[in-house]
Design a binder for this molecule. Sequence first.
Ligand code: CA
Length: 235
Amino acid sequence: MKPLVLVVEDEAALVEVLRYNLVKAGFRVNVAGDGETAKIALAEEPPDLVVLDWMLPRLSGLDVCRHIRHRPKSRDIPVIMLTARGEEADRVRGLDSGADDYMVKPFSPAELIARVRALLRRARPAGSAERFVYEDLVLDLATHKVTRSGRTVKLGPTEFRLLKVLIERPGRVFSREQLLDAVWGRDIHVEARTVDVHVRRLRQALNADGGPDLIRTVRATGYALERDEATPLSP
Ligand code: CA
């Protein structure tokens, strides 16, 4: 069965361009012209991926994205946000709402297709039943679940992949560029700051129930999964 992409966009001309290119690339396409319709479409036939415009009538793309992330059935569906805004603050807001990727209009359909393919590849890891443990943290690849001290940690798809990269090599410091390559893929242009946004989200999720911070920020370098025992109590 071909993967289903839900396109949420109110500009008819852009919808047709996206539909044409996605179908040509081997996807099935459903279209919703506003946020409320998108919610219905998500419930009726859960897509493999959502291409979501920020500016929509009635419900904004940010609201739709939060809706997707807050429901267990749609939580893991990758979301690519489309927007006419190019401001860094907007980009961060888009990613903070739970989007996995972000494209500023106008963009090339070929670039969008490349990103759709990359996100779908990562959303379906090869079915190896592996389990990674670090301190009280467990990442189970078979069930796609993460627990800390036995409690389920809810992660978005990008945060899950990020944690997988980190927990495979605990203590190793990964640069932002290495994380970009490992999590987003080399064929995609993502800004280094995007890594910071997702690490922040991962850290918040892991630390939601207290316990020591397990992600070490290495200034000017990157990140490691490592309990920071050397943090001085006073400056
Ligand atoms: Ca729009």
